[in-house]
Design a protein around this ligand. Sequence first.
Ligand SMILES: Cc1cc2nc3c(=O)[nH]c(=O)nc-3n(C[C@H](O)[C@H](O)[C@H](O)COP(=O)(O)OP(=O)(O)OC[C@H]3O[C@@H](n4cnc5c(N)ncnc54)[C@H](O)[C@@H]3O)c2cc1C
Ligand SMILES: NC(=O)c1ccc[n+]([C@@H]2O[C@H](COP(=O)([O-])OP(=O)(O)OC[C@H]3O[C@@H](n4cnc5c(N)ncnc54)[C@H](O)[C@@H]3O)[C@@H](O)[C@H]2O)c1
Length: 471
Amino acid sequence: MADVVIIGGGPGGYEGALVARQLGGTVTLVERRGLGGSAVLTDVVPSKTLIATAEVMTEIRGADALGLHADVGDGRPLAQTVTVDLGRVNDRVVELARRQSVDIATRLRSEGIRIIRGSGRLDGTECVIATTEAGEERLHADIILVAAGARPRELPDALPDGERILNWTQMYTLRELPRRLIVVGSGVTGAEFASAYHALGVDVVLVSSRHQVLPGEDDDAARVLQAVFENSGMTILSRSRAVSARREGDGVVVTLADGRTVEGSHVLMAVGALPNTDGIGLVEAGVELTASGHISVDKVSRTTARGVYAAGDCTGVFALASVAAMQGRIAMWHSLGDAVGPLDLKSVSANVFTAPQIATVGAGQAEIDAGLTPARAVMLPLRSNARAKMQDLSAGFIKVFCLPTTGIVIGGVVVAPHASELIHVLAVAVQAKLTVDQLAQAFTIYPSLSGSIGEAARRLHGQGGNEQVVH
Ligand SMILES: Cc1cc2nc3c(=O)[nH]c(=O)nc-3n(C[C@H](O)[C@H](O)[C@H](O)COP(=O)(O)OP(=O)(O)OC[C@H]3O[C@@H](n4cnc5c(N)ncnc54)[C@H](O)[C@@H]3O)c2cc1C
Ligand SMILES: NC(=O)c1ccc[n+]([C@@H]2O[C@H](COP(=O)([O-])OP(=O)(O)OC[C@H]3O[C@@H](n4cnc5c(N)ncnc54)[C@H](O)[C@@H]3O)[C@@H](O)[C@H]2O)c1
């Protein structure tokens, strides 16, 4: 029985632990805060729970156009009759995350995994030292998995105070809606919070360093989102870089690199993340770090030190819970001698939980435009879809990419409400290497948004495609 010691209890760590146990390892997991890691306690679960509430508000806002009015007699749109009790919303968010964390800990213990609450660090490649309230414990390890995650990056002149200058982990302490929320950073985190708070009725200013929000995403999708944000009254300061944030009176002032200032009641700093790789004995144990401080890993999660594996955000491969979990499982399959294939990033699906959502899978437009992957493409705007018309949805589209000769589906983009669910059919097609003709053979419901996926597949038959439908 191999001794497996895991540092970090997020998706990379706990999914790895479950596999290691299943394969007969003696597993100890060292986690300093709570099982589920940042994913469950501060990042994915809380943000998506908050967004679930925001999504209801988005639907209520759309109710007027569908003929629904509040029965209050003063003619106000329904949305203006609904108030948000942010204290209750956040209590629910925090409690849901806490319970999810407890559920994961219970599952791991029931599988026979030992959990140590404390900080772990390597002492060479065969020992992890766990520092707990009771002192230090040396843990022998045949295999070590480092899944230490990442933390919010901070600007030296905009350090969070947890009250008005906040990072994304601190947003759930708010009891009342901010009067004016400045969001610095328009990556996925910034865009999701800006979208959610805007939907909840907050005046939001988004400070975006690039010409368009979501610089890493599909360009067409980001353009749709930017237009939706602007048309619904959000202020977007494009090509604007924040240099400082300070408290002034009962508000905050953010100063931009060109000297302009922006005033608000609160500011969320969403300027990226840094890996938790310093001070835990990695370099001393022979684990190579990249210039950005991430752990170098190969496709089976091996680091440069024998017996030491790494998974998740600390590797910088793809900051997604699903990828962290897969890296953790692969590490254990490989180290404990089970059948294993290398990490395949060609079929990863991801979703930005804005309104509308942006879901992607497989090959992207940028690599196709750069000539790295040859493809034919069809993009259908939502407004051509019968179901979308019924639901009064106009912003969004479905895009499908296939290989030019064989017609094998290699990727796609969905911009729509519930895109995170709609993308799955394309994810299956990419994973199973289905052709557009096979995809087109599947019945779709009439009327349904997924009908547009079938329609796109039909248009890609033969040599069809590359029709850019303007949205
Ligand atoms: C706001 C936000 C929203 C997100 N939403 C999504 C989403 O919707 N979907 C998605 O797929 N991804 C999402 N992500 C990304 C996702 O959170 C990460 O990819 C995921 O958490 C990575 O998992 P992990 O196991 O690598 O690390 P983490 O979840 O960060 O867990 C690492 C754990 O290790 C612990 N730790 C660190 N160092 C030590 C140490 N020395 N000793 C003991 N314990 C230690 C930490 O306390 C932490 O609990 C989001 C990220 C953010 C910031
Ligand atoms: N739904 C999801 O799956 C989800 C949600 C949130 C985050 N994540 C993942 O977590 C990772 C981190 O995302 P993120 O958005 O926190 O970080 P990021 O690094 O992707 O984005 C940060 C953005 O802030 C900008 N920025 C940096 N300094 C700035 C400044 N001084 N002023 C203005 N803008 C500035 C950067 O140019 C960048 O666009 C990503 O890989 C993302 O995919 C995933």
